[in-house]
Design a protein. Structure first.
Length: 70
């Protein structure tokens, strides 16, 4: 993904986040899927959607940031 593609999906974000996301070699579709899982994971599971792929899971982790409990 390019910087512009990432910003088109996420809006303005920190350059470090952009670099981390770009380094995953993910696609725009995978980034959108990660956002969908963040927004409504229970709904997607209840709909019978397959669990996120490894790359989508990585994007989810990057978008959610570090756990507050850590």
């Amino acid at each position: 993904m390019t910087r512009d593609e990432i910003i088109s999906v996420l809006g303005p974000v920190d350059e470090a986040v952009i670099a981390d996301i770009a380094a995953t070699d993910g696609t725009v579709q995978e980034l959108r899927e990660a956002l969908a899982w963040i927004a409504a994971d229970e709904v997607l599971v209840n709909e019978g959607r397959p669990l996120p792929t490894a790359r989508v899971a990585t994007l989810i982790e990057l978008l959610q940031g570090p756990d507050e409990e850590e």
